[in-house]
Design a protein around this ligand. Sequence first.
Ligand code: PEP
Ligand code: MN
Length: 371
Amino acid sequence: MVLELKRFLANEWKGYKGRPFLISGPCSAESEEQVMATAAELAQIPEVSVFRAGIWKPRTRPNSFEGVGSEGLKWLRTVKQETGLMVGTEVANEKHVYEALKYGVDLLWIGARTSVNPFTVQEISDALKGVDVMVLVKNPINPDLELWIGAIERIARAGITKLGAIHRGFSTYEKTIYRNQPNWQLPIELRRRIPDIPIICDPSHMSGKREYLFELSQKAMDLNFDGLMLESHTDPDHALSDAAQQITPGELKELLSRLILRSPVASDPKLLDILGELRQQIDVFDDALLDILEKRMKVAETIGQYKKDNNITILQPTRWDEIIRKVVVHGQVKGLSSGMIDTIFKAIHQESINHQMRIMNNGIDTPAETS
Ligand code: PEP
Ligand code: MN
């Protein structure tokens, strides 16, 4: 994959240097007046590099506002001419790509409801062959990193090098404070897998509510994200889509002024010394964790041998229930979140079962072990 967007933003794009790459604008283009008024205000905020507006809106239910369609692309072209901002919109099929390119849209993004579908992403990729445009791929609505990477690879194959990712959170069935769960470990893992890809956080679609925009934006900055996409509307409460999560350009300015931007690398030698020493301590603890896990698995294997010799089942639900309750309580006393304890101990338990299975099956791997 040839990925040039990070370099482009750092070296060639005047607005970026040392600042998050900021994309802002209304959820939807609603009218020429609304688009022009919002863009005029956003153009006064130096951090804003790209004006966004949805032209075709993927709505959950029919009979909602589904966007103004190609008509709105003319307004985006005017925004570009009159403010000098780059303009961006969502594309969900090849027709959208052709239309947006015809009107000189600089940045296309693939929405969460589209990046789940490899056929559609491929169709978009085919339409992008040989085109020099910026493309950002939103995470799919379900927390599936491979699907996200697959969509990025499909777009890269079209020859798009100004390619980035947008983290907008993941749908869940349970009600949580955010509209979409951040699952920060997924974009962090994405960065490990594709180090050169810039990742933009979209706190608007993640939170679903304007009061959480600041905390999510700050978190993204602290995790060294490359940019932010924040929805902004001159009259958010009367927006035709996503009213609860949009903020006025004035509120955006205020939010940006409160953001603390920290350096991704330490340059002060004294600080580097301190960090180096603390990281050594972390490495020692990580090794100790591995040693303890190894010992724990050895004990589990011995238990497996006893169970085998006495012909009893591996899974003992009451014992497992007892363990999970106990560790959650003990963990809380130590300031460890019950969610983390639950995840770690379920994984440890699964690993113990796998080790015991191997003993029971005379060293032959079982499907449980490899799944
Ligand atoms: C959007 O950016 O307007 C949008 C529809 O976002 P998502 O695909 O993240 O829901
Ligand atoms: Mn929206």
